[in-house]
Ligand binder design. Sequence first.
Ligand SMILES: [Fe+2]
Length: 139
Amino acid sequence: MEQIIQWSDDLSVGVPEIDKQHKKLVDILNRYYTEIKNKEDDKETIDRFLNELSDYMRDHLDYEEKFLAIIGYPELEQHKKVHRMFMNMYSKEIERARNGDKKALRELVSFTLSWLYTHIAKTDKKYAKFLQEKAVTTV
Ligand SMILES: [Fe+2]
């Protein structure tokens, strides 16, 4: 598969399982650009893509929050708030895209992209730093 979006070590939070999940998001985005983008009118393909994206987000954020609770991350509540705000906006956009709104589908992809470069590359990095200081990489 063509790599439009590249994973880079700058995105690493130093936790192998979470990095793996973040890499999966990069894969999903790459699949959008290489396969899904040209099939906007294929409802079945779009629905499958939207299901994957929303399942991914739910499972991933859930995993991350549980992980942050286990390691005793002091900014957990704040981090959860950011996840919740994002998910509110995200689920509305997913709903619109499910109803055939192509603009919503494209917005969803750009939200996801900016999530990668703002949330993952900056906000998630804060717990990476906390972990580094605690020197814990597995639970
Ligand atoms: Fe996060």
